[in-house]
Design a protein around this ligand. Sequence first.
Ligand SMILES: [Zn+2]
Length: 188
Amino acid sequence: MMSVQIGFEPKVAFLCPKCHKDVEMVYERPKGTWMSDHGNCLNFSLVRELPAIGGRASEGPVVFISIESDFSIKDAVEELRRLCDGEGEQSKRQKIEAGIRRLETRTGFAEKALPAAMDALKSGAFGLRVVSGRNIYAMVWKAGERYYGAADGAGQADTSSVIATSSLDEAQKFVTYWMHYWDSRHLV
Ligand SMILES: [Zn+2]
């Protein structure tokens, strides 16, 4: 299902678990990041090293489905609006506005994509990477018959930042907790 070609232009190809079309992730040397052009559907990221849980590293999937919280989208839109307000050039402003509209269509998408994402997680072929917002992320993956999860950026005080469970339900609770991490927190 997955192939990795190491050559002049490294890429990873796989089938999107939601729309079943081919996805190619290509390594962009200047940025040092893996990019996929798979618009209006799931976004993916490549994870080379999984967090160690309980001092143990596990073998897991490499491709993670990005689950962008509505909060993180709203935050990104506000950031772009600020950029737009400070931009004097009309053509650049139009580009930023197009970006804002694109982002706004993603609101609510994570919720809709969650069943497909959970199926993909269950298969073991994909992990999930929740983008909570404000530099907080949570990763969930399956290794053997268990699901592992680790959040990053929320500080050590958060007791919900790690899971190891054989229950898919618990894995899903972990995902939705981090999808809505900021919803219950009052932010000015
Ligand atoms: Zn797709």
